[in-house]
Design a protein. Structure first.
Length: 671
């Protein structure tokens, strides 16, 4: 049976999962469609998805239509779950982009479109919710063309819109599906759409273009054949209006999935990092990529693989070329449909399968025939954008937290965990507040209760002027005493620099490292609020010693005292961490975004506009972005996204520094 693999991708709220249910129902795969609000959909079957009412993982469902087996990868709409989105798109051979007929192109649409571009993915476009009030098919098509670029062309037009949406008509053939007549008031629009689609088809095919220029009339059959060729190649993106709730347009969409999606063989060979190619045929050497990993409480680790070439049978040896060619022998092979696993005797090129109980498999790993190793590119994932501090509810939760986080990060490599060496907090970073909320819920499901809070800001201190000071440590308590004496100069620098300018042997060279050690120990707590000191250049100028009483410990104490004394005249100042923020949102929000960033003490670095979307780059104090994920969602109606990267430290304005220092001193005094 022919096989197709398609990824459903959309901005959150476009009705993607409901559309998936409609496809399953109309193909006969299920007797009745599930509902997102009832938690009964087949692709969203986890407890978290049922509770929240949206996709968190990429669901895998299968249906058959027109003698073709179609595997649908229902990716999340929330950008927070980017690992699931990119993994699902990359594992497919084509993408079905779902766009709301009311909202049109949104930031999430732009994001998944860019991902499909990255992987040269052919695309079909379904404009959903055409039965809703204010649905406007032609406005959305114009939005698609201006925002996304590329040859977007309607293959079907809607008969009526909003509550009057009653059918679709094929632009090339004029067929309405139900056998009725095309309404007279849309015949002119249909002619214009047919002319536009015909031009796009002819432009995509050199042979047709030559015939057209020679004055030959191109028949519908030739146009349709060239149309499918262009869609399979990803040089034409057909559009169809549908309603997932009423089922209008779904039969035509199913037909388009069969004819318009390319097969694995049409996808062509897959290229490894070293330039090797693997043909998508069962007789080629076996190769596959792990595109998703999940941990089932009963089955254990599930590794979702896309087989690119060859075939694999139970018990055969493969190597993980991403992990030092570690040998694996999968004992059982499965196909997955919703939450059901079905054991199969073989996984072949062009299939989505599941391997179980192989502990050292991770998303992005390549599996290959030991005799013909190959390694594919790993999944590229962005850096985390949001961080919370974790607080285990009890000592028992603290003891179990490490193992639970390890399992969590095995499933989701976009989650990062670290302990801040300055604040001592346990920090979990992810793609947004929703991502981290779900992570905390998953920890609870593993029996680990945590609360979260906004992380403390890891402030630092520095100096803004040069100063000299002496440090002398003298102690006599019977027997040998302690004596160390040094004079140092400190001045602003980059990082930490230390050197000796001592002449004449006033301080023996063997004690210089002890002075440096004492200085570094004193830098752990600055003079303003006890934050670590940085960006200081230290020079030892002079000193004195005692033949009997001088020692390493004495000069270490003297070095620390000298630094503390010098700080009094070096104009110490407070530093705060800054990040490079990139915000992506519809251009209509530009003014609001800039105004908001100005209130956050941001320094705007630039603005790039692409279609209807703008990307703003700015350097912003980390303290000003503690709740930015939720604030941006509110500001843009959930149509914005952002990323952050560390951007060093910068001076805290005096009026803010005074308040921070006072609060810090009060905190220290309170113990």
């Amino acid at each position: 049976m022919p096989v197709r693999i398609v990824s459903l991708a959309a901005h959150s709220g476009a009705g993607k999962t409901t559309l998936c249910e409609a496809l399953l129902h109309h193909s006969g795969a299920i007797s009745r469609p599930g509902k997102v609000e009832d938690g009964t959909t087949h692709s969203d079957h986890t407890d978290a998805e049922k509770a929240h009412g949206f996709s968190i993982t990429t669901g895998v469902v299968r249906l058959t239509h027109g003698g073709t087996d179609i595997t649908v990868l229902d990716t999340p709409g929330y950008a927070d779950f980017v690992r699931e989105i990119r993994g699902g798109i990359r594992a497919a051979d084509a993408a079905l982009m779902v766009v709301s007929g009311v909202s049109g192109v949104e930031v999430g649409t732009e994001r998944v479109w860019a991902t499909a571009d990255r992987f040269n993915m052919p695309r079909l476009i379904a404009i959903n919710k055409m039965d809703r009030e204010r649905a406007d098919f032609h406005a959305v098509v114009a939005d698609l063309r201006s925002s996304l670029g590329g040859p977007v062309a309607p293959l079907y037009l809607p008969i009526g819109e909003g509550p009057e949406f009653q059918g679709v008509v094929n632009v090339l053939t004029g067929e309405t599906g139900g056998g009725g007549e095309v309404p007279s008031d849309m015949r002119s629009t249909l002619r214009e759409a047919r002319d536009s689609l015909t031009d796009a088809i002819i432009e995509s095919d050199d042979a047709l273009m030559e015939r057209f220029l020679e004055g030959e009339k191109i028949g519908v059959d030739d146009l349709h054949a060239a149309f499918l060729k262009a869609v399979h190649a990803g040089t034409l993106y057909p559009v169809i209006p549908v309603s997932a709730t009423t089922g209008i347009g779904i039969p035509q969409l199913l037909d388009l999935l069969v004819s318009g999606l390319r097969s694995a063989r049409e996808r062509g060979p897959t290229t490894g990092q070293d330039g090797q190619n693997r043909e998508p045929t069962p007789d080629a050497p076996f190769s596959a990529r792990v595109w998703r990993v999940s941990i089932d409480p009963f089955v254990g680790k599930l590794a979702y693989v896309r087989v690119y070439s060859g075939a694999l049978k139970p018990g055969e040896t493969v190597v993980n070329t991403s992990r030092d060619n570690a040998e694996l022998k999968p004992a059982h092979l499965y196909l997955i449909n919703g939450k059901e696993l079905t054991e199969v005797p073989e996984l072949r090129a062009g299939m989505i399968g599941v391997l179980t109980k192989l502990t050292d498999l991770h998303a992005g790993d390549t599996l290959a025939d030991p005799a013909h190793p190959i390694q594919y590119d790993a999944l590229w994932l962005p850096d985390p954008a949001h961080t919370v501090a974790l607080h285990p509810a009890s000592r028992q939760d603290e003891d179990k937290l490490g193992a639970a986080l390890t399992r969590l990060m095995e499933e989701d490599p976009t989650l990062h965990f670290r302990r801040d060496p300055q604040t001592g907090e346990q920090l979990l970073s992810g793609m947004g507040d929703m991502h981290l909320t779900i992570a905390a819920e998953k920890l609870a499901a593993q029996g680990v209760t945590v609360t979260t809070s906004t992380p403390q800001i890891a402030y630092r201190e520095t100096i803004h002027a040069a100063a000299e000071a002496q440090g002398k440590h003298r102690k006599q308590s019977g027997g040998h005493g302690q004596y160390g004496d040094c004079t140092i100069r400190i001045e602003p620098g980059e990082g930490f620099e230390f050197k000796s300018a001592v002449v004449g042997g006033s301080v023996p060279g063997k004690y210089i490292p002890s002075i440096e050690k004492g200085v570094q120990e004193a830098m752990i707590k600055g003079s303003l609020a006890g934050y670590p000191l940085q960006d200081v250049r230290v020079t030892v100028l002079d000193g004195s010693y005692h033949d009997v009483d001088s020692s390493d410990i004495a000069f270490r104490m003297a070095g620390g005292q000298a630094l503390r004394n010098a700080l009094e005249n070096a104009r110490p100042g407070l530093l705060e961490p800054a990040v490079l923020l990139k915000v992506r949102a519809p251009a209509s929000f530009t003014g609001d975004l800039i105004s908001d960033l100005q209130t956050r003490r941001a320094r705007v670095q630039g603005m790039d506009t692409g279609g209807t979307v703008i990307t703003i780059s700015a350097v912003v104090p980390q303290a000003e972005l503690q709740n930015y994920s939720a604030d941006l969602r509110s500001l843009t109606g959930d149509r914005g996204a952002f990323s952050v990267k560390p951007h060093g430290y910068q001076d805290v304005p005096d009026h803010l520094a005074k308040k921070i220092i006072e609060e810090r001193r009060a905190e220290v005094a309170a113990g």
